[in-house]
Ligand binder design. Sequence first.
Ligand SMILES: [Zn+2]
Length: 321
Amino acid sequence: MMKSKILVVGLLLMVLMMFACGKEEPAAPELAQTPQTAVLAKEGDPAVLAKMDEINAQLATMGSNLFLNEIEFFTIGEGRPSNRILQQPFRWVPNDSRRDADGDNITYLVDKSDGKTASGLKNSDTEPAIDRALATWDDEITCEGGDKLDIIKRTDPGQDPDIFDSFFGFGGFGNPFFADIVNAGWLPRAYFEAVGGPGGGRGILAFSVTFIFLTGPGGPPSDINGDNYLDTALNEVYYNDTFGDRRDDRVADPWGINIPQRPGIDVETVALHENGHSLGIGHFGPPPDAVMNPRYAGMRQDLLSTDKAAYCINYSSWPNP
Ligand SMILES: [Zn+2]
């Protein structure tokens, strides 16, 4: 599958190059970018991908240069496919003024207003668990060649810091640039059913959504630092409040703090997984066991070697491409 895709892209590029060489006109730079994105197929659940297309059409209509590129679900029980529109990989751009970057640090915030859970946790329980998860990604890894990335917390501005929920009627279209990564809190089961489709409400623990920048509304994706990665614009993480809610059938698996195994879901474990996506790391395994396995397997508050290796692929030479 992968090999044939690479072959198709390679062939296309060859044809494009031949085409470009045979002509004197300088239209080649745009040509080299757009067909690549057009040819590489979308991957994931067709119903989810269709919703993503719809959202992107709405963003273009709004005159936004944002493009919803990826949704990753973390599940209990049955897994769900990753959903990606453009297959070219994406990364954060250091010092990117478009997202009000804090130099070459990556920033996050926790939306305090949605930090309590139906299972009885307060924001003063969940926010420190999320902070510990980010600190683990920040502190627990030493890459060969160094790790110069710092993950910095920004304070909750007290205004709506996210946008993805607005497309499903679960919140407003906020300002997504208060921080690079927004842990947007616990939302109702119906939201997860709407985003994930049938069964999503009872099977999805949390999900991460990544938007990238386009060169302009409806235009091709941008790569302003020329590193051959599309430019990540923002990431949002949402947690499913159905777990532990007495009104429905997930009451037996409540969100909790430092819960070693089921019944019960450990907030820090899920935050560690989700914010791995926020740092641009995808799913893998099992095997091997990893924080970035796509299904919940009990408490896992420390990174395993595969997680660390994946992080170092992205950040060992940070902030240089
Ligand atoms: Zn995941």
